[in-house]
Write a protein that binds this ligand. Sequence first.
Ligand code: NAD
Length: 486
Amino acid sequence: MNVSTDQFLQQAMAHAGDAYIGGAWVPVAGSERLPVINPATGALVAEIVGGTGADLDRAVAAARGAFPAFAASPVADRLALLERIHALILQRAEPLAQALTLEMGAAISHARAAHVPFAAAHVQVAIDVLRDYEFLTMRGTTAIVREPIGVAALITPWNWPLYQITAKVAPALAAGCPVVLKPSELSPLNALMFAQIVHDAGAPAGVFNLVNGTGSEVGAGMAAHPDIDMISITGSNRAGALVAQGAASTVKRVTQELGGKSPNVLLPDADFERAVPLGVMAAFRNVGQSCSAPTRMIVPRARLAQVEALARQTVEAIVVGDPAQEATTLGPIANHAQFGRVQAMIAMGLEEGARLVCGGPGCPEGLPNGLYARPTVFSDVTSAMRIAQEEIFGPVLVIIAYDDVDQAVAIANDTVFGLGGHVQGTDLAQARSVALRIRTGQVHINHPAWDPHAPFGGYKRSGNGREYGAFGFEEFLEVKAVLGFA
Ligand code: NAD
């Protein structure tokens, strides 16, 4: 079914007070109204109604009821469902992109080029993995069988809303797990649209359920729920730890994709003219609101002045402004709390004695309204500073100088996080050796193209478990050994 942008947005907004449970939109029992604010204007875009424990119970019951048939469904049926979902995301790409601009300030060009197609890519990856997956393999006379784990609860953040949803929902459905999704209450419109897509794709009733609401109500309820078999959260370390605590007594599987403070090591032989601009833009992509943003640029001390000059030049070419305009590179920070955090961390950097290369506190010139931050680069940063240790989640890059490669690796690993990492260098053997010494779930050498099949997840406090590709799919499977099978 083709729908226009306006129609589809209006249709989603009309369900702001609903949950999607058992194959139908139903009014939620709750009454708490949660505003969705356009960060570019401060205008109220919609008000969703927060779900309650009773709404969650209904959704979990629907998922539980759907589990036996869905778990046993032919692979061909699940492939066909995912293919219809994939096609509908692409057909409705424009309204999805427009909604992202409205609800979290994503620059429209970025929403069109990245948020939506990458979200579709997660569905395509789930299709690719499922098509070839061996659910039963033999080891001698023992069969190793992979089975869906059960009802999966999925909690997603506001920064890449649709992308995070498909990264969880698609592999769960591929595996045969019915899901209950709780998207971020700060940017829930994409989730409403996605639910409509799953509905229009003809998902069996109960296989996909959506309950909007807060983390403390619906999210915590999911963690503790006795009838949920697995919970997967992407969000802050605070929320991830609370989910693990809440889930402990029911011994459900917990996967967490949490924060990051990812290093970008520029080796002495790097192509600085290429590496610095790409590194700055990778750090500031999505206004720096990406968990794996390479926000620590670790550079040879002898090249510091050159790196600073290249970084300044790159930032000068960035267009900060109205996210609805095609020419805009960076829109506003997605929400008020995050804006405050970014401003506080920029002030902290100055207090700690870091030197501004460009940017700084406050809003860019000519943008006094809206949650716009100045793309900011700090130099003379040491690894001990808070701006080098804490996730800022905004357009703030720190440059840290090193004296030799061993020190560069030590700085790269001097963090509680371990999500992303980058290495730049022309001698590939050296770049590889440094990449292998960085303790993070992903390392990118010389800014390669995105690989949606590559497993993604954290070492250390960046999380547990992996998403994307076969690894992400297997998180939703149990392993059964049947001895004497042959
Ligand atoms: P957040 O933790 O505030 O919220 C994330 C989700 O968790 C929301 O749906 C929220 O309602 C829910 N939540 C909050 N408290 C909860 C609780 N007590 N129990 C259960 N659920 C709860 O995070 P955010 O501000 O939306 O997202 C930003 C954070 O997410 C950053 O730290 C970022 O690094 C991280 N992130 C990680 C990845 C990754 O893949 N590793 C990707 C994107 C974002």
